[in-house]
Design a protein around this ligand. Sequence first.
Ligand SMILES: [Zn+2]
Length: 488
Amino acid sequence: MTQYKTTIGLEIHVQLKTNSKMFCTTSAQYFGSEPNVHTCPVCLGLPGALPVINKEAIESAAKFALGLHCHVSDVSKFDRKNYFYPDLPKGFQISQLDLPIGKNGWLVVEGKKIRINRAHLEEDTGKLIHAKVDGKSVSLVDFNRSGVPLMEVVSEPDIDSPDLARSYAKVVHQLARYLDVSNADMEKAGMRFDANVSVSKEGIDKLGEKVEIKNINSFRFLEKALVFEVERQIKTLESGKQVIQETRGWVEDKAITVSQRVKETSPDYRYFPEPDLPPLVFNEADIEKLRKMLPELPDKKMDRFVLEYGLDKITAQNLTEDKNLAQWYEDGLTIYAKDDKNKAAKAKVLANWVVGELIRNLREKAININSASIEPAGLIELLRLVDSSEINQTTAKKVFTQMFSTGKTPSRIIKDEGLAQVSQEADLEELLDEVIVENESAVEDYRQGKAASLGFLLGQVMRKTGGRANPVVASKLLKEKLAHGNRN
Ligand SMILES: [Zn+2]
């Protein structure tokens, strides 16, 4: 069979986190509000209303562009993109055509450099809601989202698989959150993807006809839609037909893409410079100032975690995936390793707890660390109880799950549930005698030299104590008792 090459480029829309909208003072925090309450003459596109640029949005956009390793242009400008749609009240969208705020950037994803053609600023549209009112099918329009600042990040077609497309999208998402320029909240449509995809026969330089898939709102759907589309295009070519250049939509419940329209090209939008807004001018000092405001970015943080804390790369990657989780870890380590003793060992123990139990609990509840009630100090208290043998690992995991869901301190939970480890020989004595009496044949086997039977007997001790017996103390005492029995 012929081998095919896949070529993908992504356009990612990211809503910027600003107090007010892009060109008016209306609040941009509209999520969950009644329809059409976050509006004013500007974002409703009423005749005569004039836009005013939001400085906060410009700074966020420039920071985002710098984070994408883009060149931030000294001068950029806004343009009108003309088209008609009911969610666009002005009949045009203010966007940027030939002088975007950022251009020629790149990101490294899974070891591959993906070039970014441009990152430009525009305003979001309103939203159409298709509903039934009094038994009639109607389309309603909500302008709350109209005029919210959007950054559009356009990659070069450097992505060669649906899997890499998903990873790239995740890296852009992570960057937006690290920079704190966007919540990039997928559930609230704070980040949306358009994908361009084509296939061509291996060895042929010319790219195949490009198909655009519009408005995908999750990483998983992005990958699924691309996998479907690549297969569809290959099948089309294999059957001797041509792939048509068009726009397709992803239909989630059928897991297919369907044709929507033949793609518009730039001339169709009749772009021209926005006459109501001045150009954006950045001088070197402005850009330097913004560059200095950038936080430590994910790659750098990961490398530092490997170097400074001696963690392996995968653990460091898991810890730094979310900036707030990385901070939580470092706050915890500051408390745990306060005396500077065994810092390297403590860094690893804590990392394993965060990557293991903490992330598992967060995933189960489908929340991020900021919404969790557990504090670093609580986990450190728990780890110290393990270090001093007051509880064992198994109990600690149980306690942790309770801490996570109730927000109680570990000592409180251990006290309430009677979970403290049984370490006193006197407390274990009677239990061990019981186990010896109840398991005659295992005791006999052990005395005949079958060392494995000791493990079985210890298991019985653990069962009786609900896992609370201190294994070191119990094992020592059990051996003594068995040896003592031998002498009889
Ligand atoms: Zn407004």
